[in-house]
Design a protein around this ligand. Structure first.
Ligand SMILES: [Zn+2]
Length: 472
């Protein structure tokens, strides 16, 4: 690119890498004069920082970038309130594109009636019948927290270090102070949005990584692997990612989601999660004649909230492996109030203690507000992935081994939240989550690192080989 860091790759519409030098002129037409056209000349691999050693599959980084840029420009924002599945048509569009691209690679691929794309790369080794099916999974939707419409990706090749300005909004700056990992990515190729939207690397980085790994495997049939199932899900961001998944159809012994931050991390633990719905009932009557008769559910609800711990067991007061109760939604009036409370802990047994605490406080509030009733209903949401991963220790061990073959060491990490993998693992399909180059998800300050995505694709290629070497 011309200059460094702050040039914007403004690219109207979709298409292949529009910022190629030959297309730079046409790519900028119709775009405001302030927009600089970023010339993407991917530098040869020798400029890689030494911390990205050139081991393993020589995946096609240019094609990986092109695909990624193509995917992020399809608006697949998940719509929380939408009754249909998937919640946005863009997810269907992206799914159709993936089916086309997979078929062009010679891979059998289908999109089902729910928009879920599934594809199979058959085993290419003689002892395939002994080999488990390995699934690779990414989600097509992006977060509703920031718009994913009209994403204009900015490609920064050979990142020189320093803060990154976003050309569409001068107030939005990706600061090194907030992203210390930028310091070790000098010389790498970074991708951002123009600052007016999210980028969508969560999880289109994962989608692009899986497609590139699949393409590379198809081009190298001599590299041994067992059966591989590719799965692209919808509406993960609104908690409906596994709702329409048929585990029998996937038929895998183990699954890996490519939906993790940065590089080298394997998320092996998530929260266990319950949702408490608290209904506070009072008695409404016209305030003019309310003396001794009205029971105001709003006041009782306020009292209950005030009694929940704030200096501990609250998201504002906890970090690391500490759990919390998080009242996050309240609605209603004098007659009735509904409060929703998230219960979260890495230790599933602690969720019952949190529910007990909520019920004890509810009891005391009822005593303080005679005539009120408070009903607390708790339903499970998901369970710590670690519980299910214990049943298939190879899932994590082989991922560690695969990364070590690339000369790197995996970091086992935990997520203060849930992933599709926590649900899948709970449902019987062990599913750790792997890094794929995402940073600052759900934000206009989101960015991705191409070298980390490339590393993830090489990781996946090693991983399917490790599984093929160790039958049974
Ligand atoms: Zn994600």
């Amino acid at each position: 690119m011309r200059g460094h860091g702050q040039q914007g790759g403004r690219r109207p519409g979709r298409g292949p890498l529009a910022a190629l030098p030959s297309e730079a002129g046409s790519g900028s037409s119709g775009v405001s004069s302030a927009a600089e056209v970023c010339q993407v000349l991917l530098l040869p691999r020798k400029v890689f920082k030494p911390h990205f050693p050139n081991k393993g599959a020589a995946v096609n980084r240019r094609r990986l970038l092109e695909r990624f840029l193509q995917y992020v420009q399809i608006d697949t924002t998940a719509r929380e309130a939408a009754p249909q599945y998937p919640s946005s048509v863009g997810q269907l569009e992206l799914g159709r594109l993936l089916v086309e691209q997979l078929r062009a690679l010679g891979i059998d691929a289908q999109q089902d009636q729910h928009g879920i794309v599934m594809a199979t790369i058959p085993a290419n080794v003689g002892h395939a019948s002994n080999l488990p099916v390995i699934a690779l999974c990414a989600h097509l939707d992006t977060s509703f927290e920031t718009s994913g419409a009209s994403v204009k990706p900015q490609v920064i090749d050979n990142y020189p270090g320093g803060d990154i300005l976003l050309p569409g909004d001068p107030n939005r700056v990706i600061r090194v102070a907030d992203n210390p990992e930028l310091d070790r990515l000098r010389g790498c190729t970074l991708v951002t949005s123009d600052g007016t939207t999210l980028l969508g690397a969560d999880d289109k980085a994962g989608v692009a990584v899986i497609i590139e790994a699949a393409a590379w495997l198809m081009e190298h049939p001599q590299v041994p692997h067992g059966p591989i199932r590719l799965v692209f899900t919808c509406d993960e961001e609104i908690g409906r990612g596994v709702e329409k998944l048929d585990l029998d159809k996937i038929g895998a012994a183990v699954c890996y989601t490519l939906d993790g931050r940065g590089s080298d991390e394997i998320d092996v633990e998530t929260f266990s999660a319950d949702l408490a719905t608290v209904v506070v009932s009072g008695r409404n009557i016209h305030p003019s004649i309310a003396k001794g008769r009205m029971v105001n559910a709003l006041r009782a609800a306020g009292e209950l909230l005030a009694r929940l711990p704030r200096d501990r067991l609250a998201p504002e007061a906890t970090e690391g492996r500490q759990g919390f109760l998080h009242p996050y939604d309240i609605s209603g009036g004098v007659a009735e109030v509904t409060i929703k409370v998230l219960l979260r802990d890495f230790d599933s047994a602690k969720l019952a203690e949190q529910a007990d605490l909520l019920r004890r406080q509810a009891q005391q509030v009822m005593e303080a507000f005679p005539g009120s009733t408070i009903d607390v209903q708790v339903r499970p949401q998901y369970r710590n992935m670690a519980e299910g991963l214990k049943r298939e220790p190879r899932a994590v061990a082989y991922a560690q081994e695969a990364l070590s073959r690339l000369g790197r060491t995996a970091k086992l990490t935990f997520v203060r939240g849930g992933t599709d993998g926590s649900r899948l693992t709970e449902m019987g399909l062990p599913t750790p989550n792997l890094s794929c180059g995402q940073h600052n998800p759900h934000s206009p300050l989101e960015w991705a690192c191409l070298e980390e995505m490339e590393l993830a694709a090489r990781w996946v290629v090693e991983l399917v080989q490790v599984w093929a070497e160790k039958p049974g």
